[in-house]
Design a protein around this ligand. Structure first.
Ligand SMILES: [Zn+2]
Length: 331
């Protein structure tokens, strides 16, 4: 079963779309704007399914009727997902053949014809001008959903004809509950994934189910535990591991950052309940005892500096070596 109730967070968007359905005031064009993997397509699909449902309960799709069953298996002929051949461009031909020439044909079996365009920012100018024609004079039954991670790439003329719905970051607590109940991961892991995903449901789910993330986390934590006793060659081999296992250095550094945030928090409050790395409490307490506030601040600064260096494409090994030495000295 899938319905509005299965959308995590995004209360305003849910309310707006459910309201449109129950009052019958459905707009011809919507933009859902939000980060990659934040769940835009899921929302668009629920909305489309609800619009086409033959026995809706309020705004919720029934999940049982012919239309819902088709929608759930991606076979509803009046829910059209626009596809594109070139990976980075939605061309004018894509828009003409799949929307402009198609929208003039009445719905096959439903009340509406819903078009879903993922990565709408990939429409080039000609494609956007082409879709504008349909947005200017849409047939009664047409609903066009533009999903985008970059609303700035859309022409003002297109924007002005659409209802814009902005995705919001999902609160950590909501995310955590979802991960624990739906993905069935333990409390501690859910906290780590939730704080990493920064409000992005798709990212949280990917982290929660990714072996790679576990590897990165374990590597980073084992480095942090032993950094004080490590010789330079051991640091270099730890850095080499990050490279060899093709870990994302940004994620590795994020973990180090969360660790030291925990250390700072524990040093200030002595409260273990608020920590993300609760299961490493003894280690966190040890670091909190031996490090000064000034030293911890230096570590945080070094992390910021290292991130900026990597973004500027400074040599990875060198950047990490400097960071690790700074951590060894201050952390
Ligand atoms: Zn239904």
């Amino acid at each position: 079963m899938a319905g509005f109730g299965d959308i995590i967070g995004q209360e305003q968007i849910k309310e707006h779309l459910q309201n449109a359905i129950t009052t019958g005031k459905v707009s011809h064009a919507y933009i859902i704007n939000g980060e990659k993997s934040s769940g835009k397509e899921f929302i668009a699909r629920i909305f489309a399914m609800a619009l086409q449902c033959e026995s809706r309960d309020g705004a919720e799709p029934c999940g049982e009727c012919h239309s819902c069953k088709q929608a759930l298996s991606d076979n509803q002929p009046d829910i059209i997902k626009v596809i594109h051949e070139k990976p980075n461009t939605i061309s004018v031909d894509d828009i003409r053949s799949q929307i402009n020439n198609d929208v003039v044909i009445k719905p096959y079996s439903s009340k509406y014809k819903v078009y879903i365009i993922n990565e709408a920012e990939k429409m080039n100018t000609q494609a956007q001008n082409a879709i504008l024609k349909t947005l200017e004079e849409p047939p009664e039954y047409a609903v066009i959903m533009l999903l985008t991670a970059n609303i700035n790439a859309l022409l003002p003329t297109v924007l002005s004809r659409c209802v814009v719905l902005n995705m919001k970051p999902v609160a950590d607590e909501v995310m955590k509950k979802y991960l624990m109940e739906e993905i069935r991961i333990p409390d501690y892991k859910a906290s780590v994934c939730a704080s990493f995903a920064r409000g992005n449901v798709g990212k949280a789910r990917a982290l929660a189910t990714s072996e790679e993330f576990d590897n990165i986390k374990n590597e980073a934590v084992s480095f942090l535990k032993y950094v004080q006793e490590m010789e330079l060659h051991e640091m270099i081999s730890a850095i080499k591991k990050i490279n060899d296992y093709k870990m994302d250095p940004a994620e590795y550094m994020d973990i180090i950052m969360i660790w030291y945030r925990d250390v700072l928090l524990f040093k200030a409050t002595s409260d273990a309940n608020q920590l993300i790395f609760r299961d490493e409490i003894q280690e966190i307490a040890k670091v909190a005892r031996r490090s000064s506030y000034e030293g911890l601040e230096n570590v945080m600064k070094a992390l910021d500096k290292a991130k900026a260096r990597l973004n500027a494409n400074v040599n990875f090994e060198l950047t990490m070596e400097l960071l690790m030495l700074e951590i060894k000295e201050n952390g």
